[in-house]
Design a binder for this molecule. Sequence first.
Ligand code: NAD
Length: 372
Amino acid sequence: MLPLRTSPSLSRRGFLARTSTGLAAAAAASMLPRSLNAAAEPRRIGIVLAGLGNYSTRELLPAIQESQHLKLVGVVTGSADKGVAWAREHGFPERNVWSYADMARMADAPEAELVYVVTPNSLHAEHSIAALRAGKHVICEKPMAISVAECDQMMAAATAANRSLTMGYRLHFDPYHQELIRRAQAGTDGPYLAMSGGFGFTMGRKVWRAERALAGGGPLMDVGIYALHEACLAAQADPVALTARERPKKRPDLFVDVEEALDWTMEFANGARADLFTSYADNMNRFRAEGARGWIELEPAYSYRGLKARTHEGPLTYPVVRQQTLHLDALAVALRQGTPVPTPATLGRRDMVIIEGIYESARTGRRVTLRY
Ligand code: NAD
């Protein structure tokens, strides 16, 4: 498990006011107690799922059902019938079925404390801000939004509402990734100076993920973000500059206004480099970090389950966990106790600065210096 680490940037009120990156948040997951005593936890945190698509239904609902500190108390959906069916099946009142246009009315439901935004990327800002204005804490899926400007608006809304805004970066709760973070923080292999890998899959048919209007971009927004986030964890720093190249499209009919595949290189202040890749036309799910004294490699690296990792000393084996349950329980405990929240919005904004830099470099062919 990770060493305890505290940072002023992790205080709840503190992070809301900040726009810089809180890398120590990576460690926050494991420093949170898994359980609260009965006196400290009078009741479970009421959570609302906003968007009832694949990820909500297949991964987040079971995670909430397994959690110790959360209870599903409502949904936001475009289909009232579907919402009512969820209310009956999961035992919350039908009045807690809201439409997207109706989210302000969540203010009338004090039992709903936390909203999980799981809609297409270009709607994250609108739906997160609506939930924050209704007085709810928000956990937002990746990418945080589709521009840094939107991230800033979301963080301003969180500050104005005095509510937490956090990211669904589930891998912070995966034991293999925690081991990578632990090694990076302890300097076990020396500082990681050479990182490589990527995340891509072959998209078979056109879905919203390949439309700029809803996705904000192509595979970089969807899966490439995992690889760049991981490189920052391994480097324990934010990149200072990058260069990026878009690959020629094999299926331009499918990827009309978004990239099909991208390579990029991130540079860190200590000289470390990360050569990364994302694609909707190739399968890759790998991350490697190398230092002077050793290395760690994860493959598959970013999946919900079935991760594998090895180091120069041999394979690593950890028990299977449901990352999302651990994440949501840690968030619930932090919200109840008023302690630093895991995976704060600052990380989502930092990643969006990098994503905008990658698109700029791919477009202009120039090296881009990153400003946070
Ligand atoms: P999905 O298409 O299965 O679900 C999207 C939901 O949004 C649907 O219920 C849809 O009805 C709703 N929606 C609301 N307004 C919409 C509109 N105008 N157009 C289209 N749909 C609309 O997608 P998903 O796979 O569940 O992904 C949702 C979000 O979750 C995305 O931001 C994605 O990046 C993220 N996600 C994260 C992970 C993870 O591992 N952290 C995994 C999958 C998806």
